[in-house]
Ligand binder design. Structure first.
Ligand SMILES: O=C(O)C1=C[C@@H](OP(=O)(O)O)[C@@H](O)[C@H](O)C1
Ligand SMILES: C=C(OP(=O)(O)O)C(=O)O
Length: 411
Protein backbone atom coordinates (compact mmCIF):
# COMPACT_ATOMS: atom_id res chain seq x y z
CA UNK A 1 0.00 0.00 0.00
CA UNK A 2 1.36 3.44 -0.91
CA UNK A 3 0.41 6.79 0.56
CA UNK A 4 1.20 9.40 -2.09
CA UNK A 5 1.70 13.07 -1.33
CA UNK A 6 0.58 14.87 -4.52
CA UNK A 7 1.65 18.52 -5.02
CA UNK A 8 -0.95 21.30 -5.18
CA UNK A 9 -3.43 21.81 -8.01
CA UNK A 10 -2.18 23.90 -10.90
CA UNK A 11 -5.67 25.19 -11.70
CA UNK A 12 -6.46 26.13 -8.11
CA UNK A 13 -3.05 27.78 -7.60
CA UNK A 14 -3.47 29.91 -10.75
CA UNK A 15 -6.97 31.04 -9.76
CA UNK A 16 -5.87 31.70 -6.18
CA UNK A 17 -3.00 33.88 -7.42
CA UNK A 18 -5.38 35.93 -9.60
CA UNK A 19 -7.95 36.30 -6.81
CA UNK A 20 -5.32 37.17 -4.19
CA UNK A 21 -3.73 39.75 -6.49
CA UNK A 22 -7.09 41.43 -7.09
CA UNK A 23 -8.32 41.25 -3.47
CA UNK A 24 -8.49 44.10 -0.95
CA UNK A 25 -5.77 42.96 1.48
CA UNK A 26 -3.17 40.31 2.15
CA UNK A 27 -3.95 36.71 1.17
CA UNK A 28 -2.04 33.63 2.33
CA UNK A 29 -2.05 30.61 0.01
CA UNK A 30 -1.14 27.37 1.73
CA UNK A 31 0.58 24.57 -0.20
CA UNK A 32 0.60 26.32 -3.62
CA UNK A 33 1.96 24.26 -6.50
CA UNK A 34 5.61 25.05 -7.18
CA UNK A 35 6.04 24.24 -10.88
CA UNK A 36 6.91 26.00 -14.11
CA UNK A 37 3.28 27.01 -14.80
CA UNK A 38 2.58 28.45 -11.37
CA UNK A 39 6.04 30.01 -10.89
CA UNK A 40 5.46 31.60 -14.31
CA UNK A 41 2.08 32.92 -13.14
CA UNK A 42 3.60 34.35 -9.95
CA UNK A 43 6.51 35.88 -11.86
CA UNK A 44 4.03 37.45 -14.30
CA UNK A 45 2.17 39.03 -11.37
CA UNK A 46 5.46 40.39 -10.00
CA UNK A 47 6.26 41.94 -13.38
CA UNK A 48 2.85 43.61 -13.22
CA UNK A 49 3.84 45.15 -9.88
CA UNK A 50 2.22 42.76 -7.38
CA UNK A 51 4.21 41.69 -4.29
CA UNK A 52 4.50 38.02 -3.38
CA UNK A 53 6.29 36.73 -0.28
CA UNK A 54 7.32 33.08 -0.46
CA UNK A 55 8.04 30.55 2.28
CA UNK A 56 8.52 26.83 1.51
CA UNK A 57 4.83 25.99 1.89
CA UNK A 58 2.95 29.30 1.66
CA UNK A 59 2.73 32.35 -0.59
CA UNK A 60 1.61 35.70 0.78
CA UNK A 61 0.20 38.15 -1.76
CA UNK A 62 -0.47 41.86 -1.28
CA UNK A 63 -3.71 42.49 -3.16
CA UNK A 64 -4.15 45.54 -5.41
CA UNK A 65 -7.86 46.03 -6.20
CA UNK A 66 -6.87 49.01 -8.37
CA UNK A 67 -4.85 46.75 -10.71
CA UNK A 68 -1.18 46.43 -11.69
CA UNK A 69 1.33 48.50 -9.74
CA UNK A 70 3.34 49.54 -12.80
CA UNK A 71 2.41 51.60 -15.86
CA UNK A 72 4.21 49.32 -18.30
CA UNK A 73 5.28 45.67 -18.27
CA UNK A 74 6.50 42.91 -20.51
CA UNK A 75 5.26 39.54 -19.27
CA UNK A 76 6.50 36.14 -20.46
CA UNK A 77 3.84 33.49 -19.85
CA UNK A 78 6.07 30.45 -20.61
CA UNK A 79 3.96 27.35 -21.53
CA UNK A 80 1.07 28.13 -19.18
CA UNK A 81 -2.33 28.64 -20.75
CA UNK A 82 -3.82 29.81 -17.46
CA UNK A 83 -1.07 32.44 -17.24
CA UNK A 84 -1.42 33.41 -20.91
CA UNK A 85 -5.19 33.75 -20.71
CA UNK A 86 -5.83 34.98 -17.14
CA UNK A 87 -3.07 37.59 -16.76
CA UNK A 88 -3.93 39.78 -19.81
CA UNK A 89 -7.53 39.71 -18.52
CA UNK A 90 -6.43 40.84 -15.04
CA UNK A 91 -4.25 43.57 -16.56
CA UNK A 92 -7.18 44.87 -18.65
CA UNK A 93 -8.93 45.95 -15.44
CA UNK A 94 -6.01 48.23 -14.52
CA UNK A 95 -4.30 51.18 -16.16
CA UNK A 96 -1.16 50.99 -18.31
CA UNK A 97 0.38 49.27 -21.31
CA UNK A 98 1.09 45.59 -20.82
CA UNK A 99 2.66 43.24 -23.35
CA UNK A 100 2.32 39.45 -23.05
CA UNK A 101 4.31 36.81 -24.89
CA UNK A 102 4.62 33.05 -24.44
CA UNK A 103 6.72 30.03 -25.44
CA UNK A 104 6.49 28.71 -29.02
CA UNK A 105 4.21 25.93 -27.71
CA UNK A 106 1.83 28.40 -26.05
CA UNK A 107 2.02 30.83 -28.99
CA UNK A 108 0.45 28.09 -31.14
CA UNK A 109 -2.52 27.70 -28.76
CA UNK A 110 -5.67 29.78 -29.39
CA UNK A 111 -7.29 32.55 -27.35
CA UNK A 112 -9.30 34.49 -29.95
CA UNK A 113 -12.75 34.00 -28.35
CA UNK A 114 -11.37 35.56 -25.15
CA UNK A 115 -9.60 38.48 -26.81
CA UNK A 116 -12.73 39.13 -28.94
CA UNK A 117 -14.87 39.22 -25.80
CA UNK A 118 -12.42 41.62 -24.13
CA UNK A 119 -12.56 43.87 -27.20
CA UNK A 120 -16.37 43.70 -27.16
CA UNK A 121 -16.10 45.04 -23.60
CA UNK A 122 -14.08 48.00 -24.89
CA UNK A 123 -10.57 46.72 -24.07
CA UNK A 124 -7.86 48.00 -26.43
CA UNK A 125 -6.07 44.71 -27.16
CA UNK A 126 -3.79 44.11 -30.15
CA UNK A 127 -2.24 40.89 -31.40
CA UNK A 128 1.26 41.56 -32.67
CA UNK A 129 1.57 38.72 -35.14
CA UNK A 130 -1.23 36.19 -35.65
CA UNK A 131 -4.78 37.21 -34.75
CA UNK A 132 -5.88 35.28 -31.62
CA UNK A 133 -2.37 34.27 -30.53
CA UNK A 134 0.47 35.66 -28.42
CA UNK A 135 2.25 38.06 -28.40
CA UNK A 136 -0.36 40.69 -27.59
CA UNK A 137 -0.54 44.11 -25.97
CA UNK A 138 -3.28 45.46 -23.72
CA UNK A 139 -3.60 49.26 -23.41
CA UNK A 140 -5.62 49.09 -20.22
CA UNK A 141 -7.99 51.78 -18.97
CA UNK A 142 -10.32 49.80 -16.70
CA UNK A 143 -13.40 47.86 -17.84
CA UNK A 144 -16.89 49.33 -17.58
CA UNK A 145 -18.72 45.96 -17.69
CA UNK A 146 -21.78 44.82 -19.63
CA UNK A 147 -22.89 41.80 -21.64
CA UNK A 148 -20.74 39.53 -23.83
CA UNK A 149 -21.42 36.39 -25.81
CA UNK A 150 -18.68 33.76 -25.64
CA UNK A 151 -17.92 30.50 -27.44
CA UNK A 152 -16.00 28.41 -24.89
CA UNK A 153 -16.27 25.19 -26.93
CA UNK A 154 -12.50 25.09 -27.35
CA UNK A 155 -11.48 26.06 -23.81
CA UNK A 156 -13.31 26.81 -20.57
CA UNK A 157 -10.36 29.03 -19.62
CA UNK A 158 -11.91 31.83 -21.73
CA UNK A 159 -14.98 31.75 -19.49
CA UNK A 160 -12.94 31.46 -16.29
CA UNK A 161 -10.89 34.52 -17.28
CA UNK A 162 -14.04 36.59 -17.85
CA UNK A 163 -15.70 35.34 -14.65
CA UNK A 164 -12.59 36.32 -12.66
CA UNK A 165 -12.64 39.76 -14.35
CA UNK A 166 -16.32 40.40 -13.53
CA UNK A 167 -15.97 41.81 -9.98
CA UNK A 168 -13.17 44.13 -11.17
CA UNK A 169 -15.45 45.88 -13.70
CA UNK A 170 -17.40 49.00 -12.76
CA UNK A 171 -20.90 47.60 -13.41
CA UNK A 172 -20.43 43.82 -13.43
CA UNK A 173 -20.52 41.29 -16.25
CA UNK A 174 -23.13 39.10 -17.93
CA UNK A 175 -21.53 36.34 -19.99
CA UNK A 176 -23.73 34.26 -22.30
CA UNK A 177 -22.03 31.03 -23.29
CA UNK A 178 -22.90 29.40 -26.63
CA UNK A 179 -20.74 26.30 -26.09
CA UNK A 180 -18.61 25.08 -23.17
CA UNK A 181 -16.08 22.29 -22.51
CA UNK A 182 -14.40 21.27 -19.24
CA UNK A 183 -17.40 22.39 -17.16
CA UNK A 184 -15.92 21.25 -13.80
CA UNK A 185 -13.14 23.85 -14.20
CA UNK A 186 -15.80 26.57 -14.31
CA UNK A 187 -17.26 25.10 -11.13
CA UNK A 188 -13.81 25.43 -9.50
CA UNK A 189 -13.74 29.08 -10.57
CA UNK A 190 -17.20 29.80 -9.15
CA UNK A 191 -16.40 28.03 -5.85
CA UNK A 192 -13.12 29.92 -5.46
CA UNK A 193 -14.71 33.29 -6.27
CA UNK A 194 -17.17 32.51 -3.46
CA UNK A 195 -14.23 31.90 -1.09
CA UNK A 196 -12.98 35.39 -2.01
CA UNK A 197 -16.41 36.95 -1.32
CA UNK A 198 -18.17 36.93 -4.71
CA UNK A 199 -21.34 35.03 -5.62
CA UNK A 200 -21.72 34.27 -9.35
CA UNK A 201 -25.36 33.99 -10.52
CA UNK A 202 -26.73 31.83 -13.34
CA UNK A 203 -29.68 32.53 -15.69
CA UNK A 204 -29.68 29.59 -18.11
CA UNK A 205 -26.59 29.96 -20.29
CA UNK A 206 -25.78 33.37 -18.83
CA UNK A 207 -23.34 33.83 -15.93
CA UNK A 208 -23.99 36.97 -13.90
CA UNK A 209 -21.06 38.49 -11.99
CA UNK A 210 -21.61 41.44 -9.66
CA UNK A 211 -19.12 44.32 -9.35
CA UNK A 212 -17.51 45.14 -6.00
CA UNK A 213 -14.14 43.34 -5.96
CA UNK A 214 -12.71 40.45 -3.92
CA UNK A 215 -12.05 39.97 -0.20
CA UNK A 216 -8.58 38.73 0.86
CA UNK A 217 -8.51 35.44 2.75
CA UNK A 218 -6.37 32.45 3.73
CA UNK A 219 -6.74 29.68 1.21
CA UNK A 220 -5.46 26.08 1.24
CA UNK A 221 -4.71 24.55 -2.17
CA UNK A 222 -5.89 20.95 -2.78
CA UNK A 223 -3.51 18.34 -4.24
CA UNK A 224 -3.71 18.19 -8.06
CA UNK A 225 -6.31 15.62 -9.16
CA UNK A 226 -4.95 15.37 -12.74
CA UNK A 227 -1.50 14.56 -11.33
CA UNK A 228 -3.09 11.99 -9.00
CA UNK A 229 -4.55 10.18 -12.05
CA UNK A 230 -1.11 8.66 -12.89
CA UNK A 231 -0.77 7.23 -9.40
CA UNK A 232 -4.35 5.89 -9.36
CA UNK A 233 -3.83 4.36 -12.83
CA UNK A 234 -0.61 2.74 -11.56
CA UNK A 235 -2.56 1.00 -8.79
CA UNK A 236 -5.27 -0.20 -11.19
CA UNK A 237 -2.62 -1.56 -13.56
CA UNK A 238 -0.32 -3.31 -11.10
CA UNK A 239 -2.76 -4.63 -8.53
CA UNK A 240 -1.23 -2.30 -5.94
CA UNK A 241 -3.08 0.11 -3.65
CA UNK A 242 -2.62 3.89 -3.71
CA UNK A 243 -4.11 6.41 -1.30
CA UNK A 244 -3.98 10.15 -2.01
CA UNK A 245 -4.76 12.22 1.09
CA UNK A 246 -6.39 15.62 0.60
CA UNK A 247 -8.57 14.56 -2.33
CA UNK A 248 -11.78 13.36 -0.72
CA UNK A 249 -15.51 13.87 -1.12
CA UNK A 250 -15.39 17.66 -0.81
CA UNK A 251 -12.66 18.08 -3.47
CA UNK A 252 -13.24 20.84 -6.02
CA UNK A 253 -11.56 19.22 -9.02
CA UNK A 254 -13.57 17.35 -11.63
CA UNK A 255 -10.50 15.30 -12.61
CA UNK A 256 -10.92 13.27 -9.43
CA UNK A 257 -13.77 11.71 -11.46
CA UNK A 258 -11.06 9.70 -13.25
CA UNK A 259 -11.31 7.18 -10.41
CA UNK A 260 -14.89 6.44 -11.55
CA UNK A 261 -13.45 5.39 -14.94
CA UNK A 262 -11.05 3.08 -13.12
CA UNK A 263 -13.93 1.70 -11.04
CA UNK A 264 -15.89 0.93 -14.25
CA UNK A 265 -12.81 -0.90 -15.55
CA UNK A 266 -12.66 -3.11 -12.46
CA UNK A 267 -10.55 -1.29 -9.85
CA UNK A 268 -11.69 -0.93 -6.23
CA UNK A 269 -12.21 2.73 -5.34
CA UNK A 270 -12.93 4.29 -1.96
CA UNK A 271 -13.54 8.00 -1.63
CA UNK A 272 -13.47 9.13 1.98
CA UNK A 273 -13.94 12.47 3.69
CA UNK A 274 -10.29 13.39 3.21
CA UNK A 275 -8.74 11.05 0.68
CA UNK A 276 -9.22 8.56 -2.13
CA UNK A 277 -7.88 5.03 -2.44
CA UNK A 278 -7.64 2.98 -5.62
CA UNK A 279 -6.68 -0.68 -5.57
CA UNK A 280 -6.09 -2.92 -8.56
CA UNK A 281 -8.10 -6.16 -8.60
CA UNK A 282 -6.39 -7.95 -11.48
CA UNK A 283 -9.37 -7.09 -13.64
CA UNK A 284 -9.19 -4.25 -16.20
CA UNK A 285 -12.14 -4.17 -18.57
CA UNK A 286 -12.46 -2.16 -21.79
CA UNK A 287 -15.14 0.56 -21.98
CA UNK A 288 -16.52 3.50 -23.93
CA UNK A 289 -16.26 6.72 -21.98
CA UNK A 290 -17.07 10.39 -22.61
CA UNK A 291 -14.19 12.49 -21.23
CA UNK A 292 -15.40 15.99 -22.22
CA UNK A 293 -15.43 17.02 -18.55
CA UNK A 294 -12.08 15.46 -17.59
CA UNK A 295 -10.02 15.57 -20.78
CA UNK A 296 -6.64 16.15 -19.07
CA UNK A 297 -6.94 12.50 -17.98
CA UNK A 298 -7.53 11.24 -21.54
CA UNK A 299 -3.80 10.45 -22.06
CA UNK A 300 -3.71 8.61 -18.68
CA UNK A 301 -6.47 6.29 -19.86
CA UNK A 302 -4.98 5.96 -23.36
CA UNK A 303 -1.67 4.78 -21.86
CA UNK A 304 -3.45 2.26 -19.62
CA UNK A 305 -5.81 1.03 -22.35
CA UNK A 306 -3.63 -1.65 -24.06
CA UNK A 307 -3.77 -3.69 -20.84
CA UNK A 308 -7.60 -3.79 -20.74
CA UNK A 309 -9.34 -7.01 -21.75
CA UNK A 310 -11.41 -5.23 -24.42
CA UNK A 311 -11.23 -2.05 -26.55
CA UNK A 312 -11.16 1.34 -24.83
CA UNK A 313 -12.97 4.10 -26.71
CA UNK A 314 -12.66 7.69 -25.47
CA UNK A 315 -15.17 10.18 -26.90
CA UNK A 316 -15.86 13.93 -27.04
CA UNK A 317 -12.29 15.11 -26.54
CA UNK A 318 -11.76 17.32 -29.63
CA UNK A 319 -10.23 20.10 -27.53
CA UNK A 320 -7.32 17.87 -26.49
CA UNK A 321 -6.03 18.69 -29.98
CA UNK A 322 -5.29 22.29 -28.85
CA UNK A 323 -3.43 21.55 -25.61
CA UNK A 324 0.36 21.41 -25.13
CA UNK A 325 0.30 19.30 -28.32
CA UNK A 326 -2.35 17.52 -30.36
CA UNK A 327 -2.91 14.91 -27.68
CA UNK A 328 -5.13 12.58 -29.75
CA UNK A 329 -2.43 12.35 -32.44
CA UNK A 330 0.41 12.14 -29.89
CA UNK A 331 -1.29 9.31 -27.96
CA UNK A 332 -2.07 7.42 -31.18
CA UNK A 333 1.47 7.81 -32.49
CA UNK A 334 3.05 6.61 -29.24
CA UNK A 335 0.64 3.70 -28.87
CA UNK A 336 1.58 2.62 -32.42
CA UNK A 337 5.27 2.90 -31.54
CA UNK A 338 4.47 0.53 -28.64
CA UNK A 339 2.96 -1.87 -31.19
CA UNK A 340 -0.68 -1.22 -30.27
CA UNK A 341 -3.60 -1.07 -32.70
CA UNK A 342 -5.33 2.34 -32.43
CA UNK A 343 -7.75 4.47 -34.43
CA UNK A 344 -8.68 8.16 -34.04
CA UNK A 345 -11.33 10.54 -35.34
CA UNK A 346 -11.87 14.29 -34.94
CA UNK A 347 -12.89 13.90 -31.28
CA UNK A 348 -12.24 10.26 -30.31
CA UNK A 349 -9.62 7.57 -29.94
CA UNK A 350 -10.09 3.80 -29.78
CA UNK A 351 -7.38 1.52 -28.43
CA UNK A 352 -7.33 -2.26 -28.85
CA UNK A 353 -5.82 -4.64 -26.29
CA UNK A 354 -2.25 -5.74 -27.00
CA UNK A 355 1.20 -6.39 -25.62
CA UNK A 356 3.24 -3.17 -25.70
CA UNK A 357 6.97 -3.33 -26.42
CA UNK A 358 9.54 -0.78 -25.22
CA UNK A 359 10.11 2.35 -27.30
CA UNK A 360 11.29 5.95 -27.07
CA UNK A 361 8.13 8.01 -26.46
CA UNK A 362 7.78 11.23 -28.48
CA UNK A 363 6.67 13.74 -25.89
CA UNK A 364 6.11 16.92 -27.96
CA UNK A 365 7.14 18.79 -24.80
CA UNK A 366 3.86 17.70 -23.18
CA UNK A 367 4.09 16.83 -19.48
CA UNK A 368 0.98 14.64 -19.66
CA UNK A 369 2.41 12.46 -22.44
CA UNK A 370 5.42 11.71 -20.21
CA UNK A 371 3.45 11.09 -17.01
CA UNK A 372 0.86 8.93 -18.82
CA UNK A 373 3.34 6.65 -20.60
CA UNK A 374 5.33 6.35 -17.37
CA UNK A 375 2.30 4.32 -16.23
CA UNK A 376 2.73 1.99 -19.25
CA UNK A 377 6.39 1.74 -18.22
CA UNK A 378 5.39 0.01 -14.96
CA UNK A 379 4.58 -3.09 -17.01
CA UNK A 380 6.79 -2.63 -20.10
CA UNK A 381 10.61 -2.57 -19.94
CA UNK A 382 12.55 -0.25 -22.23
CA UNK A 383 10.30 2.82 -22.26
CA UNK A 384 12.21 6.12 -22.48
CA UNK A 385 11.22 9.71 -23.32
CA UNK A 386 12.76 12.21 -25.73
CA UNK A 387 12.09 15.03 -23.24
CA UNK A 388 11.47 13.64 -19.73
CA UNK A 389 12.07 17.07 -18.15
CA UNK A 390 8.91 18.63 -19.59
CA UNK A 391 7.08 17.35 -16.47
CA UNK A 392 8.35 20.57 -14.89
CA UNK A 393 5.17 22.29 -16.19
CA UNK A 394 3.09 20.81 -13.39
CA UNK A 395 5.24 18.34 -11.39
CA UNK A 396 9.02 18.87 -11.40
CA UNK A 397 9.52 15.95 -8.97
CA UNK A 398 7.39 13.48 -10.95
CA UNK A 399 10.12 11.00 -11.91
CA UNK A 400 11.43 10.71 -8.34
CA UNK A 401 7.91 10.31 -6.92
CA UNK A 402 6.97 7.72 -9.54
CA UNK A 403 10.18 5.75 -8.93
CA UNK A 404 9.28 5.59 -5.23
CA UNK A 405 5.78 4.40 -6.08
CA UNK A 406 7.20 1.74 -8.40
CA UNK A 407 9.35 0.45 -5.53
CA UNK A 408 6.33 0.38 -3.21
CA UNK A 409 3.84 -1.31 -5.50
CA UNK A 410 5.89 -3.22 -8.11
CA UNK A 411 9.03 -3.94 -6.10
O1 LIG B 1 -9.05 26.30 -16.09
C1 LIG B 1 -8.12 25.51 -15.91
O2 LIG B 1 -7.33 25.63 -14.96
C2 LIG B 1 -7.94 24.39 -16.85
C3 LIG B 1 -8.95 24.05 -17.73
C4 LIG B 1 -8.83 22.94 -18.70
O3 LIG B 1 -8.60 23.51 -19.97
P1 LIG B 1 -9.74 23.68 -21.11
O4 LIG B 1 -10.88 24.41 -20.55
O5 LIG B 1 -8.99 24.41 -22.17
O6 LIG B 1 -10.14 22.27 -21.52
C5 LIG B 1 -7.67 22.01 -18.36
O7 LIG B 1 -7.40 21.20 -19.48
C6 LIG B 1 -6.42 22.79 -18.01
O8 LIG B 1 -5.36 21.91 -17.70
C7 LIG B 1 -6.65 23.67 -16.82
C1 LIG C 1 -3.94 21.53 -20.78
C2 LIG C 1 -3.16 21.72 -19.73
O1 LIG C 1 -2.65 22.90 -19.30
P1 LIG C 1 -2.97 24.42 -19.67
O2 LIG C 1 -4.13 24.44 -20.65
O3 LIG C 1 -3.33 25.07 -18.39
O4 LIG C 1 -1.69 24.94 -20.25
C3 LIG C 1 -2.75 20.58 -18.88
O5 LIG C 1 -2.18 20.82 -17.79
O6 LIG C 1 -2.98 19.43 -19.25
Amino acid sequence: MALVDIPGSKSITARALFLAAAADGVTTLRRPLRSDDTEGFAEGLERLGYRIGRTPDAWRIDGRPEGPGVAEADVYCRDGATTARFLPTLAAAGHGTFRFDASPQMRRRPLLPLTRALRDLGVDLRHEEAEGHHPLTVAAAGVEGGHVVLDAGQSSQYLTALLLLGPLTRTGLRITVTDLVSVPYVEITVAMMRAFGVEVGREGDTYVVPPGGYRATTYAIEPDASTASYFFAAAALTGGEVTVPGLGRGALQGDLGFVEVLRRMGARVETGADGTTVAGTGELRGLTVNMRDISDTMPTLAALAPFASGPVRIEDVANTRVKECDRLDACAENLRRLGIDVATGPDWIEIRPGTPRGTDIKTYGDHRIVMSFAVTGLRVPGISFDDPGCVRKTFPGFHEAFALLRKDIVG
